[in-house]
Design a protein around this ligand. Sequence first.
Ligand SMILES: O=C(CO)[C@@H](O)[C@H](O)COP(=O)(O)O
Length: 213
Amino acid sequence: MLVAPSILSADFGHLARDVQAVCDGGCDLVHVDVMDGHFVPNLTIGPVVVEAVSKAATKPLDIHLMVENNSFFVDLFAPLKPEFISFHIEEEKHPHRLIQKIRSLGIRPSIVLNPHTLPEAVEFLLEDLDMVLLMSVNPGFGGQTFIPSVIEKAQRLKALIEKRNPACLIEVDGGVNDVNVKALAAAGVDVVVAGSFVYKHPEGINEAISSLK
Ligand SMILES: O=C(CO)[C@@H](O)[C@H](O)COP(=O)(O)O
């Protein structure tokens, strides 16, 4: 299992320290939640802060856009050369065009599905995608409770991926811990995002990451 700690649960007063800590602790990606206060009822960080994250990180960035006007935000973050940019299908009229744009910028494209969105919504985009991110909470905040129906959804998505593009990864985000990660792994999930589990683990960040792996 690849692990992408969400820096939303970091101490923003010591952001570089907390980014370095998850990288030193063995994470695979650094997950960055960009929220605009419109698509979701929360506002987080823009390119100035994400540039500081990118300088502190020794692992690739995994940027999750929770915004209106995806294309504008892709342009803002592309110069930071993240590994992935994920955008919500619920907020994009022309997802195939945006996938092509992200790839043309040398970034791996990924689409996010909210809890209610069917996995079939991305079936005919899979061959152009490197990852599909399934939300296991409603986007906008860290520390929420895992929605168990995502496990069945991951199984359905995995079957579509095996048919259309076996190289495409499945990532799950929200309320992930060392218990539900086992069912996620069995369902075919490749990457988990975890914020509070990693940053607030009583035995520390390294133990949290290794227990998810
Ligand atoms: O995108 C989001 C929330 O919108 C997530 O990345 C959360 O930040 C994950 O935090 P936990 O649920 O693991 O605390």
